[in-house]
Design a protein. Structure first.
Length: 246
């Protein structure tokens, strides 16, 4: 595919690691490096498959994780560490960076919550209202929440065999118009329902890219009522087809 999505706000490698730690409910002080490294690399592969612009810092972190994994597997004499002394945990620096980054993210979230509280004093109806009431709980779905949901859908499709091949061309523009058409009929859709009629990996990926493009254009908003919970799609503005917008 020659279509590339460039997001204005794209979380970095530390965000991805924190997402994996939270998703797997592991102890940040005792990270299972082998498992986390495998999952990190699989997300990197998926991002490259989707033609998402992967910054060099993601590749640097991948190399760092592989190095830490190697140091944990090798005996002390092969890592250059002296025997009989307390050995430094190769994960220590990574844990320190994650904790520091997590602290800043939580502080930023606190500030956002205060801003939202002040905005509610001067109530203004939100375009993504649910049954007439603004969403007062939950959070915006992150890029990694979306990738995680997409991986689940792709894994299920891989299990389906014997599907007829389709030579019909599938374009991002067609899928954008399809999504806008569906959203024009309802206030909200579940993320999974968007892919209910997709039977091939290619169609799922193109639909996902179309969804990212609409989020980037601020036409749609993706919301989770709880961390790692189901993702729902809401309209931000009155939507039409791509042709009508142009």
């Amino acid at each position: 595919m020659d279509y590339q999505v460039k997001l204005e706000v794209f979380e970095g490698p530390l965000d991805l690691l924190l997402h994996l730690i939270k998703k797997d409910e592991v102890d940040i002080y005792d990270i299972p490096i082998a498992t986390i490294t495998q999952q990190y690399l699989s997300y990197l592969d998926l991002m490259q498959t989707l033609n998402l612009e992967v910054a060099g810092e993601f590749l640097v972190m991948a190399a760092t994780l592989i190095q830490i994994k190697s140091r944990l597997l090798l005996p002390p004499e092969e890592t250059g560490e002296p025997e009989g002394e307390d050995l430094e945990d190769p994960r220590e620096e990574l844990v320190r960076r994650l904790l520091e980054y997590k602290k800043f993210k939580e502080a930023a979230e606190t500030l956002r919550s205060r801003e939202a509280l002040w905005q509610e004093i001067f109530t203004r109806r939100a375009p993504w209202e649910d049954d007439g009431e603004p969403l007062s709980y939950g959070q915006e779905a992150t890029v990694f929440d979306l990738l995680s949901a997409l991986k689940d859908i792709l894994d299920r499709v891989q299990e389906i065999t014997g599907l007829p091949l389709s030579l019909e061309e599938i374009t991002v523009t067609d899928k954008i118009n399809m999504i806008l058409s569906r959203m024009a009929e309802t206030e909200t859709l579940s993320f999974e329902s968007l892919f209910a009629e997709s039977v091939t990996r290619l169609e799922i990926i193109v639909t996902f890219l179309a969804l990212l493009e609409l989020v980037k254009q601020r036409l749609l908003r993706l919301w989770q009522a709880a961390p790692a919970g189901p993702i729902r799609i809401y309209r931000c503005v009155e939507t039409g087809t791509a042709h009508e917008r142009s």
